[in-house]
Write a protein that binds this ligand. Structure first.
Ligand SMILES: Cc1ncc(COP(=O)(O)O)c(C=O)c1O
Length: 365
């Protein structure tokens, strides 16, 4: 049987929630969306939660709001090289220029020494990415934000439920964004969660997302906005998923622990460190001979996934620099692998995958 990298799982709880929405015929943004927003607000301990169509849309709304609030048209936003392309794409959507910096070796998160070098009068924001649940250094972030009056927009797309010093990632900066896409801890297929404690950012993002609509005048639009609203069908699925978040956290921790136990004696494999409170959304490891290992696993019907190509390797961002300019992101991007995990993967499968990896390195392939 094929072992795929990461797949969502749904049960009768999701069906029941969706059935309720269909029976009521209210599938636009309505009571289920509100209920999910309220649940997330309480869970994360934030003042405002806004649901939107995707994590990318959430990042876009946060950056657009920041530029409008600051009255900046010609602006730059600093992003790490090691991330999914959406982090940079969202800056472009909002009319800004992404400025790419390298990441630190230990965790693959944004390197603050590099950030300092790129700050100038056009910089309005930094987007630290909490790479699959690993916190970007938050003390440094807060210092930079204060020193240069730069907004921190957290890309916590893969970090819902993960914590740093007892606080949820995504709730530490001005605005935080999570993704509900299908490989995340909970999913609605597609979807994004925007959180903030700031009333002005909240109101700006809310309006931008809803055609620029004023609250009390249904068809009066004070600013030119977008239609990036959520819908109750997706909210129904996400609500049922959300009730499983604590058990999902446990499951992800156990899965990674099992891999670590079975693979840590292999010299050619290195795990990234996670600290207490951080949740490993996926199991990423640095491996020797990645291509050969992947081929070997594929022959055994096991399908891990290679890490994102670093931003600078993608055609739209090639003029930002080359591998020499971003040595750490290049090294991680070229050598790391995401092993199969998530709600569709059993303990037995992890033991089997680990056995095959052990076999590969023992045979000196
Ligand atoms: C780090 C990161 N940022 C942004 C996104 C974009 O989120 P979405 O797919 O919900 O648009 C993703 C998606 O996986 C991601 O991994």
């Amino acid at each position: 049987m094929r072992i795929n990298w990461n797949e969502p799982r749904f049960g009768s709880e999701e069906l029941k929630e969706v059935e309720e929405v269909i029976k009521k015929s209210y599938i636009n943004e309505g009571p289920k969306t509100k209920e999910l927003e309220e649940n997330l607000r309480e869970y994360l301990g934030v003042k405002h939660v806004i649901l939107t169509t995707s994590g990318t849309a959430g990042l876009f709304l946060a950056i657009k709001a920041d530029s409008l609030i600051k009255g900046k048209k010609d602006f730059e936003v600093i992003v790490p090289d090691l991330t999914m392309i959406a982090t940079a794409t969202a800056v472009g959507w909002a009319g800004g220029k992404p400025i790419i910096v390298d990441v630190e070796k230990e965790k693959g998160t944004i390197d603050f020494n590099e950030v300092y070098k790129k700050i100038n009068e056009k910089t309005i924001a930094i987007i630290p990415v909490h790479v699959i649940g690993r916190a970007a250094n938050n003390k440094k972030l807060e210092e930079i934000s204060r020193e240069f009056n730069i907004t921190i927009i957290e890309d916590a797309a893969g970090a819902l439920g993960s914590m740093y010093c007892g606080r949820y990632l995504g709730t530490l900066g001005k605005v935080g964004v999570f993704s509900l896409q299908s490989n995340k801890i909970i999913t609605s297929g597609q979807g994004g969660i925007v959180v903030t404690n700031d009333d002005v950012y909240y109101e700006t993002i809310r309006r931008l997302r809803d055609f620029g609509r004023m609250n009390n005048k249904e068809f009066f639009h004070e600013i030119e906005g977008y239609n990036l609203k959520f819908n109750d069908l997706s909210a129904a699925i996400a609500l049922a998923q959300f009730r499983k978040i604590e058990e999902r956290k446990e499951m992800l921790l156990e899965q990674r622990e099992l891999y670590e136990k079975r693979l840590s004696s292999i010299e050619e494999i290195k795990f990234f460190p996670y600290i207490l409170g951080e949740i490993p959304l996926w199991v990423d490891v640095l491996v020797k001979n990645r291509r050969d290992l992947v081929n070997y696993l594929n022959q055994n019907k096991i399908y891990p996934r290679e890490c994102w190509p670093a931003l600078h390797m993608n055609p739209p961002y090639r003029d930002h620099g080359n591998d020499v300019d971003f040595p750490v992101a290049t090294m991680i991007s070229n050598n790391s692998l995401w092993l199969p995990n998530g709600p569709a993967i059993s303990k037995e499968q992890i033991i089997y995958i680990s056995k095959k990896i052990n076999e590969f390195y023992k045979n000196g392939t």
